[in-house]
Design a protein around this ligand. Structure first.
Ligand code: ATR
Length: 282
């Protein structure tokens, strides 16, 4: 679809950016809503980030998504932050307007929406186990606590990183050793992998699924492959699973709405389109 001289422009800033699915995702919505708009991939090296953002703002872009390795730099640069950005110290969506830059962390609601899509709505009083202690774990722990989970067991290869995260969030977050991860599954209602294990080219993550209750949900934020060894194992055990694509799709919604003025939907057709790209059929 062509764009006019009045087109609204947004994009995604990352380094590298070639494998980003965001242009396809936003492009699907732009086409579906027949908008006079464009969403472009922008490869920006870390040392150029602040300069590029200022330039994009001057050039009239509506805003950008921010991905690796710029999420902390985006947090520092924003003039205003939403609550999730403040809590996580990371921003994945910038909205430009009237000389100000607003920074949002939409990974948090994105993850919660992906759980809701799988029918996991009521988290109050539940117990969660989160594997990993990086930026993604911080967003997910914050999101789960906000939904009223009674306990998050945090398990990370480097225990000190888990300790630091637990200290930030307080007594509902407890740290266990990486080697004891199987033991952390009994009594767990929601298990989330935020480590890079299971990603294409990385070692698989394998756990003793028999320790989980039949009603437990297993989520993985990795989406390459879509069904990670962990999710495959969970499915074999008859457990509900949530793949990482749901989070990717849902985190994109607030930015699109802010930049283009239309509330986009995560539909079966959108998911199928992205799955076909992930599987090399696009
Ligand atoms: P992100 O910001 O996306 O969460 P990150 O900060 O690099 O990324 O975090 C990656 C997570 O995967 C970390 O928790 C890391 O564990 P360490 O803190 O010990 O580094 C975890 N991880 C990566 N490779 C791993 C492996 N082979 N075994 C166990 N955990 C691993």
């Amino acid at each position: 679809m062509s764009v006019s001289g009045n087109a609204r422009i947004a994009g995604v800033v990352g380094w590298p950016i070639a494998h980003s699915l965001s242009p396809a995702l936003h492009g699907f919505w732009i086409a579906g809503h027949q908008l006079d708009a464009a969403y472009v991939p922008l490869a920006v090296e870390p040392q150029n980030f602040a300069r590029v953002i200022a330039g994009l703002q001057s050039a009239g872009l509506r805003g950008v998504n921010v991905t690796l390795p710029h999420k902390e730099a985006a947090f520092r640069l924003a003039d205003e932050l939403d609550e999730a950005a403040v809590a996580t110290g990371a921003v994945n969506t910038l909205v430009f307007g009237s000389g100000k830059v607003r920074g949002l962390n939409t990974d948090v609601p994105g993850f919660l929406s992906s759980l809701a899509d799988a029918g996991v709505n009521e988290l109050a009083g539940r117990s969660a186990t989160v594997l990993g202690a990086g930026g993604a774990a911080r967003a997910i722990v914050y999101g789960l606590l906000g939904q009223g989970v009674s306990r998050v067991v945090l398990v990370n290869r480097s225990r000190d990183k888990a300790e630091a995260l637990a200290a930030f969030f307080g007594e509902r977050v407890q740290v266990r050793n990486w080697d004891d991860r199987d033991q952390c599954l009994s009594g767990c209602d929601v298990l989330v992998n935020t480590t890079s294990l299971g990603m294409t080219g990385q070692a698989a993550l394998s756990l003793d699924m028999s320790k989980l209750s039949r009603s437990a949900v297993v989520a993985d934020i990795v989406y390459r492959p879509l069904e990670t060894p962990l999710l495959n194992q969970a499915r074999q055990h008859g457990l509900r699973t949530v793949d990482g694509l749901g989070m990717l799709l849902h985190q994109a919604r607030p930015g699109f709405a802010a930049w283009f003025g239309v509330e986009p939907q995560v539909t079966v057709a959108l998911r199928a389109h992205l799955v076909s790209l992930l599987e090399g059929r696009g």
